[in-house]
Write a protein that binds this ligand. Structure first.
Ligand code: PHE
Length: 346
């Protein structure tokens, strides 16, 4: 028998490859076949590479044929691979039926921290009353925290605040949000302002159920021509009614702060039908919610205002304390302990 021509070898290659392809029933077998024929040293690759070795007169015919075989095999392979994949998917679906009607696994959802919640309630109320939220720094100068608020060094009123001093002389952790008043005034004088200043404050306290070394305050400041104590009363009353209920009355007691004159403390009456009333108000029926007063002329001056032209009121309240009262939380330390059992209740 004469030696097979190169073209005849191609025909053999094609029929063997097709026959093997026909027996490959799954994806793995098909991929194996592909490597055997189309891999780097695969039979089809080699047949194509052999074009150069075919006798000259057969070369053109061989080349055409080799390419036809290559395309034919590739096409069949691609079609079969597609079929095999689809069959595998069908099989998987019927063997492990997917019940799309099952409810999804619940995602654990966080909530806002209770302190954030009460702050936002406060912002919303004061926003209605025309107050902007204004934030200032927690590390303050002694000057802003005390001196410019009318408390020179050695002023006895400094004893009201147990201060954390930093290693930088003249820098303290603010003991109240009142130094923010100075920032607001200096940025806005001589224009009227109406702002609240929420934020963290620090005091060097012995930690107990009632005192923490860090706590929130919300300061309020309103300056303009003809601002009076009546405006302060009106704002506080409006706030208390929105925050604690429409029937709330307010009571004003005189007090002392170096940066306000006159200074007051404000109580609200607690609902008589609340079984916790006695406990919350220590039997008086009144609950203290904040310190306040008319901004001292010296402080107005320090802030860049002319106390002959404008007046103002300021107040400072403790939102955590309000929340403790509202929700009967009896330990202030719970706020920053990150205990999920506590936080989840809000
Ligand atoms: N800064 C005072 C305090 O921390 C509260 C206060 C603010 C009083 C503004 C009067 C005016 O106790």
């Amino acid at each position: 028998m004469p030696e097979a021509t190169a073209v005849e070898e191609l025909a053999t290659l094609e029929s063997t490859a097709q026959a093997e392809l026909a027996t490959a029933t799954d994806e793995a077998a098909l991929r194996g076949w592909n490597t055997k024929y189309f891999g780097d040293r695969g039979a089809v690759k080699q047949a194509l590479a052999a074009i150069g070795k075919v006798p000259k007169e057969q070369r053109a015919g061989y080349g055409l044929e080799a390419n036809r075989v290559k395309v034919a095999l590739e096409t069949t392979y691609a079609a079969l691979l597609e079929q095999a994949k689809e069959a595998a998917m069908r099989k998987g679906l019927s063997e492990n039926p997917l019940d799309v009607t099952l409810p999804a696994r619940p995602l654990p959802r966080g909530t806002l921290h209770p302190a954030t919640q009460i702050l936002r309630q406060i912002y919303a109320i004061f926003a209605e009353l025309g107050f902007r939220v204004y934030r200032t720094r927690e590390v303050e100068t002694d000057e802003n925290n005390f001196e410019l608020l009318n408390m020179p060094p050695h002023h006895p009123a400094r004893d009201m605040w147990d201060t954390f001093f930093t290693t930088t002389p003249g820098q303290v952790l603010r003991t109240h949000t009142s130094p923010g008043q100075i920032h607001v005034m200096r940025e806005n004088a001589p224009h009227p302002v109406r702002v609240i200043l929420p934020g963290m404050c620090y005091r060097n306290e012995a930690i107990s159920t009632r005192s923490e070394i860090q706590f929130l305050q919300v300061e309020g400041l309103c300056i303009g021509e003809g601002v009076t104590m009546c405006d302060l009363k009106g704002v506080i009353t409006a706030f208390a009614r929105r925050m604690f209920g429409p029937e709330r009355q307010i009571r004003i007691r005189s007090s002392y702060f170096p940066f306000t004159e006159p200074s007051i403390e404000v109580d609200i009456d607690w609902p008589a039908d609340d079984p916790n009333r006695d406990r919350l108000t220590k039997g008086t029926g009144w609950l203290e919610i904040l310190g306040a007063g008319m901004v001292h002329p010296t402080v107005l001056k320090n802030g860049g205002y002319d106390p002959e032209k404008v007046t103002g009121f300021a107040f400072g309240m403790g939102p955590q304390r309000m929340l403790m009262l509202q929700r009967a939380i009896d330990d202030i330390r719970l706020f920053w302990q990150n205990d999920q059992r506590f936080l989840k209740q809000f």
